[in-house]
Design a protein around this ligand. Structure first.
Ligand code: MF3
Ligand code: CO
Ligand code: CO
Length: 256
């Protein structure tokens, strides 16, 4: 009950709810503003404006020195892509945006992946499978379950869709800081993980690949994570409150 989970107070939960709702709103506004022909730097700037308009600030900018307002990861980029003035978005791209907003003692964190035009069957499978894996994980986010139940549900859907499961990066507790205990892996390992208790807030965030699960980090920017085989990756993330009853999705979907 101490170092491997954080149970938030009702006052904290009120702040976290508001931060998460604003983060979800900004996520959807950024997705709506994205179009082919823009650079990923342009999109990051738009995101910066939208975050400021909430009255909050980016939870990512400056985090361990992170230089962007949000993370923008295109095609084979899995997570932590940084907006670049020389990367023009194309009709054929898939784009993951990951958004964090900090406001009045609460932090929100949510991500989604989208394309522009008609997607190839493989890309449809990637996006549908990753979204479904997230939903399956969320359904297990109930009091009395363990983190392992979530991991198992996510991994089962990933397998059904023949998608590689990234192992180096995992979901996490969130709420009054961006990253809190416990870890929320997208695969089953040893042990049951933390027991789920009302008042816990967790980010469930499958990172799934069309090819190998193996990833590599950019040797120049030290942030951008890519698939080793160059195949496309998807990332969806929701923040979920453990309650007495049903899981409460705090970053409730509008576009997702
Ligand atoms: N949003 C990421 C997550 O889901 C963390 C991004 S940290 C950053 O946990 F520094 F890269 F922004
Ligand atoms: Co995130
Ligand atoms: Co997260």
């Amino acid at each position: 009950m101490s170092r491997n989970q954080v149970i938030h107070t009702p006052d904290e939960i009120a702040r976290i709810r508001r931060a998460a709702a604003l983060t979800a709103q900004v996520r959807d506004e950024i997705a709506a503003a994205a179009r082919p022909g823009m650079t990923t730097f342009d999109l990051d700037q738009v995101a910066g404006e939208l975050i400021r308009a909430t009255g909050g600030k980016s939870a990512f900018f400056g985090y361990r020195g992170y230089p962007g307002n949000i993370c923008i990861s295109v095609n084979d980029e899995v997570v932590h892509g940084i907006g670049r003035p020389d990367r023009i978005l194309l009709e054929s791209d898939i784009v993951s945006i990951d958004v964090g907003v900090e406001i009045d003692g609460g932090v929100g964190d949510t991500a989604l992946t989208f394309g522009f035009g008609e997607l190839t069957p493989d890309l449809k499978r990637l996006l549908t499978g990753t979204r479904e894996a997230l939903d399956a994980g969320i359904r297990q986010a109930r009091r009395g379950n363990y983190i392992r139940n979530i991991s198992h549900a996510v991994e089962t859907v990933a397998k059904r869709y023949h998608l590689g499961v990234v192992r180096e990066y995992v979901g996490h507790g969130c709420g009054t800081s961006l990253h809190e205990p416990p870890e929320v892996p997208n695969f089953v390992g040893y042990g049951k993980g933390a027991l789920l208790v009302p008042g816990m807030v967790i980010c469930i965030e499958p990172m799934l690949n069309l090819g190998t699960h193996k990833v590599t980090t950019d040797s120049v920017d030290h942030w951008t994570v890519r698939t080793r085989d160059g195949a496309c990756a998807a990332h969806f993330e929701h923040m979920v409150l453990i309650t007495e009853n049903e899981p409460e999705i705090l970053t409730w979907p509008k576009t997702m």
